[in-house]
Write a protein that binds this ligand. Structure first.
Ligand code: SUG
Length: 437
């Protein structure tokens, strides 16, 4: 068993639309110029680090933006360009939503349970409905469609997204942890929710509903003793930890969390006890508030790192470069090296994504599989050196290096963005992938 990561390729419309309330970076960078070229190259470089570490790297292609079909569904009529003009003059904010490149954060694309955990021994994948934010909710249909194309044979069970309840949603792997002795062993899955869908909050947006987390666990045919539902800390959400993967992470037998990650200490302790009794070499590493305050965890994105097992039995942590600006985080990393199998650290510059609240772990969907299951993955979506070179060339040749949200009002940009998406389908050898093809 090994992990294959599927990163969302950063699309040419990457911009700072200020679309995600409760996500400090998204709101504070709203209306700043974005650099899609830099963003996409930074994302590609992160994928290269994973490949250099010996991991298989897959991708999700960018979603079609602007989302003309959604504009039509919302009642706008005319030619493509007339429609863009109409949406822009009716509501620039709506236009920004329908132009968002947010599918890059594929940790929110789906929840995945590996075959060792499920009753029918298939890999279960549920695309997230992302219902809490409009610009994200419009990703789920195409994610479902893309999952069907990527995960091809009977090793995989692709579910339909869970229907939203009262405006609440499902945020996928960003609100899901898995702990196991190692990748081969049946694991314990922890579904992290914001609140019940039957409660309303005025002060902050709780994205993930408990009832939806539960449905995903049921559909994935997990053994009752092997999954838990655990609530995010409400104060942490209010202070900017909109997804759980900002305040905790796990890989194999290692579970790292900030002291303020979860709401109910007793519930967490009960889970820890089960893990201690059932997972060999289980290590729970808690970061105390006096070691690194929650504010710095959120600002630095320390725990939004990718933690991966390498073939030598050690672990590699891929951290956002911004962490280097925090002495307390750097001291904690030294300590981590002493007390855990995490021995290697790589810092990646993914500033463009970070400015919208997306760190290294947000940009990938982790799928555990074995060689037989890998045979069922459509190899068109797996990177090799040749594809990397072609993607780099495409980005360098055609991506813009500056986009302001209001630039997107210009309907003439449509041809340029569609041309780039079309080129992606040529690189990945996909036919009739986007609606305009
Ligand atoms: O959903 N930002 C994303 C960031 C997602 C981070 N993912 C994880 N933590 N796994 C979000 O809030 C901002 C878009 C904008 O404002 O233009 C945005 O959607």
């Amino acid at each position: 068993m090994f992990e294959v990561n599927f990163d969302g390729i950063i699309g040419p419309t990457h911009n700072y639309g200020g679309l995600s309330e409760g996500n400090i970076a998204s709101i504070s960078n709203s209306q700043n110029p974005a650099n899609p070229k830099k963003a996409a190259l930074q994302g590609l470089k992160k994928m290269k680090i994973l490949r250099d570490a010996g991991l298989i790297q897959g991708v999700f292609l960018p979603h079609e933006r602007p989302y003309l079909a959604k504009m039509r569904e919302m009642g706008f009529t005319g030619s493509d360009k007339q429609i863009i003009n109409k949406v822009a003059s009716h509501s620039p904010h709506l236009l920004h939503n329908l132009y968002s490149a947010s599918s890059m954060w594929s940790a929110n694309a789906a929840t995945v349970s590996p075959s060792v955990d499920t009753a029918d021994q298939k890999i279960h994948i549920t695309p997230a409905n992302l219902n809490a934010m409009f610009h994200r909710s419009i990703e789920s249909d195409f994610t479902y469609h893309q999952c069907l194309q990527i995960f091809k044979n009977e090793s995989f069970k692709i579910h339909k997204p869970v229907p939203p309840i009262s405006g609440y949603g499902d945020e996928g792997a960003a609100n899901h942890l898995r702990v196991a002795s190692n990748h081969e062993q049946k694991g314990f899955e922890i579904f992290i929710f914001g609140t019940s869908a039957f409660k309303a909050y005025n002060s902050s947006i709780m994205r993930q509903a408990k009832e939806i987390s539960h449905t995903v666990a049921l559909k994935h045919q997990l053994n009752t003793e092997h999954y838990f539902l655990l609530q995010q800390n409400q104060d942490a959400i209010q202070r900017g930890s909109f997804h759980n993967d900002i305040v905790s992470l796990s890989n194999e037998n290692i579970f790292i969390a900030h002291e303020k990650a979860f709401e109910d200490r007793n519930a967490l302790n009960q889970i820890i006890r089960v893990l201690e009794n059932n997972v060999s070499n289980f290590q729970f590493i808690e970061i105390k508030e006096n070691e690194i305050p929650l504010t710095d965890i959120i600002k630095s994105y320390l725990l939004n790192s990718q933690l991966v097992s390498t073939t030598d039995g050690e672990m590699l942590m891929i951290l956002p470069a911004d962490v280097r600006n925090f002495d307390n985080c750097m001291q904690w990393i030294d300590k981590l090296k002493q007390i855990s199998p995490v021995k290697k650290f790589e810092f990646v510059d993914i500033k463009q994504s970070m400015m919208n609240g997306g760190g290294p772990a947000c940009l990938r969907l982790k799928v555990l599989m074995n060689n037989k299951e890998l045979e069922g993955v459509n190899k068109n979506f797996i990177l090799d050196d040749n594809k990397v070179e072609q993607i780099k060339h495409l980005i360098q040749s055609f991506y813009r290096d500056r986009i302001l949200p209001d630039d997107l009002k210009d309907p003439d940009l449509l041809d340029e963005f569609q041309m780039i998406l079309d080129q992606y389908t040529q690189i990945f050898d996909l036919e009739n992938f986007y609606s305009f093809q």
